[in-house]
Design a protein around this ligand. Sequence first.
Ligand code: AGP
Length: 597
Amino acid sequence: MLLEGLSKLEYRGYDSAGIAVRDGEKDVRVVKARGRLSVLEEKTDGGRTVPGNCGIGHTRWATHGEPSENNAHPHVSEDSSVVAVHNGIIENYQELKEKLLRNGYTFYSDTDTEVAVKLIDYYYKKYKVGPIDAIAKCMVRMRGSYALAVMFRDYPGEIYAARKESPMILGLGDGENFIASDVPAILKHTRRVIYVGNLEMARITPEKAEIIDLNGDVIEKEVTEITWDAEAAEKGGFEHFMMKEIYEEPRAIEDTLHSAIKEGTIDISGTGLTEEEMKSFSSVWIVGCGSAYHVGMVAQYVLEDLAKIPVRVELASEFRYRQPLLAKDALVVIISQSGETADSLAALREAKRQGVKVLGIVNVVGSAIAREADYVFYTLAGPEIAVATTKAYSAQLIGCDLLAVALGRARGVLEEEKIKELLSDLLSLPGKVERIIEDKERIQWFANKFANINDVFFLGRGLDYAACMEGSLKMKEISYIHSEAYAAGELKHGTISLVEKGTMIIGVATQKRIFEKTISNMVEVKTRGAYLCGITSAGNYSMEDTADFVLYVPKSDEHFSATLTVIPLQLLAYYVAVNRGIDVDKPRNLAKSVTVE
Ligand code: AGP
């Protein structure tokens, strides 16, 4: 039952897995394995070597600690009195780990989850309280996100749970009950679920399922009948993973921000970079492929303006063969969601061959680029299933913004006051992205105008031009419409000859200093018959005088506007592709990770 349930959750993480099972009064048996779930299935002979009637399981997407058997869940306390699995990120796990070390605890893994388990064990033993009180005391201390399922050796036949931010449901069966991160895991056994609320706990036995609040009081919750089929359930009720992942962008941005903003200031020491090293870099090269390269194009403006450091952006497939003239004290930044892209890995090796330091901005813990880079900044976007990247792109952008602020401080060009302003603006982005997504129907309506067009131009200047590159790639790769991102000032040097009546043009203008310039370029194409959609920040209402249709994004510090303008661009491409009946999650000819040249 556990292995089958986990197989329905593999899309949420698949670098290692484990189960903990007990049969009546007997002790809990834990079996874990690195790699896909199939390795664990083989190791337990399909579960037959660990019979039992009560258990918890986990398939992992590493955030703290490499994928390994040791770091795989379930995690256990020293005497196995507490066993648990966890989905989420305990932000203050280091401070809690130090507290436990001072109280005689030792640790066998690098995970935040093991800290949570031993904190439960600590309160359970020190205060001699029951499971619910021990867990409640932990919830008060832990910051971050968690969906925890916990078994206590002294409480056979019972499973406890606690939730904050990370999703969790209870499944109500007949003579059996379930706890899971998501509906697909239990759909085979029941369609009756209770959604566990934030800061709520649960206690289940075969006969009973209770939701308990932080005061220890049982609370009544509504039972929901799931009507989705299994496949729709995997997408959380969304039609495609891509839309599900667009909805996850605020969370990916927030988790990535919180990994490097501590006590209100910037702290990227987790990458391994020291202030001294950051101060020593004379220039930055940013290297990536596809959308990762487009992140670099945006980051160039942010880094040069905030950190006052020269930046050069290169396609990995070009960089690896051009014998780049790297200064010894340069920093090469390799951006890669998968951390396995062949060209990007080759670019990393070329930089290291030249003795230049490499920082990887990567979404997959333990991936090749993460392992070979000198420093690693992990984006916390979680697994991205759709081939067209959305939340990973946004998290990478945030990673570069944070790097720019950290470099600016180390190089003495950003004062604390300015840093606080920038970080506060960054922390406002998740809410602003949410607001744009909420207004998606307007974009869906506009997408219907693309039904029979064959070309789209995306125009912008500066950082908006870089954002257009990503908008153009999204449109090409999932709707198969030819499109091109163009520096608005370049139009008159040739391309404007392509503009005729009805040509679709998307103009992006958020940068105040060059706003009027971009508008005048948009007027040029408008007078030649183009249909013009403008994307700009709220307040720039003069765009209505020029564009046929305007999409507004909330105001933000201009350095970070691409995090906002990319959302309508992603949604536009998505709706056009859906209108065209294309398989959005698996566009033709493309793979999620290009591990060959
Ligand atoms: C983006 O939508 C594409 N799927 C593709 O361009 C991707 O960004 C590129 O292949 C780089 O992949 P990586 O980030 O895993 O290195």
